[in-house]
Write a protein that binds this ligand. Structure first.
Ligand code: F6P
Length: 345
């Protein structure tokens, strides 16, 4: 079976161990694995990873060999590079991709990425009769159909490291820090960083950011002798991020000197944490198994702790939901935020 593999959208720590697993598990099956560079853009431009292996006639396309993915378990970023491709979002672009897939004799495509990548994979399946498998790779943990996404665990650790360091300064200067983490539509990253980092407050897209209530809490903290405060803010918080919240808190009379720190793209980098390495490896192997079982148009993931497949059509609606809505209140971010609230005395 000739299988193309690409990483698209924001890179996430763990994409590389996933690729390694796909290549090695595939090679063991006798598959030809073609690395497609720069995501969907590379597919449109036929930018294939120039591996030492060669595909069978009539199309001796370059293949990635098992040896060429050595040392990828501990490498952050995307070995195959990544991109966000606007052309692929058009029907014309998708038809062009199908033409390439047919011309180069692909039987299957594995796409590793987040919501945009998996939506693209599902759309492609409407035009192409090859098999398509999605693998959830994003630090945001914003996909349905999987408990976790590849990269989330490492990004949480990166956030915790930052919070731990900021706590030293917050404690030394009796200050409050608002630390903004990534997460466009989903507050899982913010809530996990806040809980694991022992932070006092958290703002997520799923929970309502109520400025007067926050100021009340801050005044109570002060009265009870708290000298340093750390609030984690998801970039997608409905109030508009850390800087906007800080301005509103100042205006409303918050009793602490405040600073913001926006972690941004720092959160996507770094050596994958053990969970991401293992999880990525499991998903990569599972993707190959699922292809050989003849399945298509599914995402492999972890559901209640077990490997499972979910239709791409169902997973591509990200976990985005209106702050405070019933669905939002059931979310992991909201449940985690509640725990933080319970400890805030
Ligand atoms: O989807 C992953 C993510 O890192 C989001 O958390 C963030 O909002 C976005 O990508 C940033 O995208 P870009 O790198 O295109 O600015």
């Amino acid at each position: 079976m000739r299988i193309g593999v690409l990483c698209s959208g924001g890179d996430a720590p763990g994409m590389n161990p996933c690729l390694r697993a796909i290549v090695r598990a595939g090679v063991k099956f006798g598959d030809e694995i073609v690395g497609i560079c720069h995501g969907y853009r590379g597919l449109l431009e036929e930018e294939f990873w120039q591996g030492k292996g060669r595909g069978a006639e009539p199309d001796p396309i370059p293949l990635i060999s098992a040896r060429e993915v050595s040392g990828l378990t501990n490498r952050g970023g995307s070995f195959l590079n990544s991109s966000r491709c606007l052309e692929f979002q058009t029907e014309e672009g998708r038809l062009k991709a199908v033409a390439v897939l047919k011309k180069r004799h692909f039987d299957a495509l594995i796409t590793i990425g987040g919501n945009g990548t998996l939506s693209g994979a599902h759309e492609l399946g409407q035009y192409w009769d090859g098999q398509i498998i999605g693998i959830p790779g994003t630090i945001d943990n914003d996909l349905r159909g999987t408990d976790y996404t590849i990269g989330f665990g490492t990004a949480v650790q990166t956030g915790i490291d930052a919070v731990d360091k900021l706590r030293d300064t917050a404690g030394s200067h009796d200050m409050m820090f608002l630390v903004e983490v990534m997460g466009r539509h989903c507050g899982d990253l913010a809530a996990f960083v806040a809980l694991a980092g022992g932070c006092e407050l958290v703002a997520t897209p799923e929970t309502v950011t109520d400025i007067p209530k926050l100021v009340e809490s801050l005044k109570l903290f002060k009265e009870r002798g708290k000298r340093s405060i750390i609030m984690v803010v998801a970039e997608g918080d409905e109030f508009g991020g850390a800087n906007k919240i800080m301005a509103a808190l100042k205006e409303a009379g918050a009793p602490f000197e405040m600073r913001t720190v926006v972690l941004g793209h720092l959160m996507r980098g770094g050596t994958p944490a053990p969970f991401d390495r293992i999880f990525a490896t499991q998903l990569g192997c599972h993707a190959i198994d699922v292809l050989h079982e003849g399945k298509t148009d599914v995402m492999v993931g972890l559901v209640h702790g077990s490997l499972a497949e979910s239709p791409l059509e169902e997973v591509v609606h990200s976990k985005e939901c209106k702050a405070g809505s019933e669905e939002a209140l059931m979310s992991l971010a909201a449940r985690t935020s509640k725990l933080i609230d319970r400890l805030s005395v």
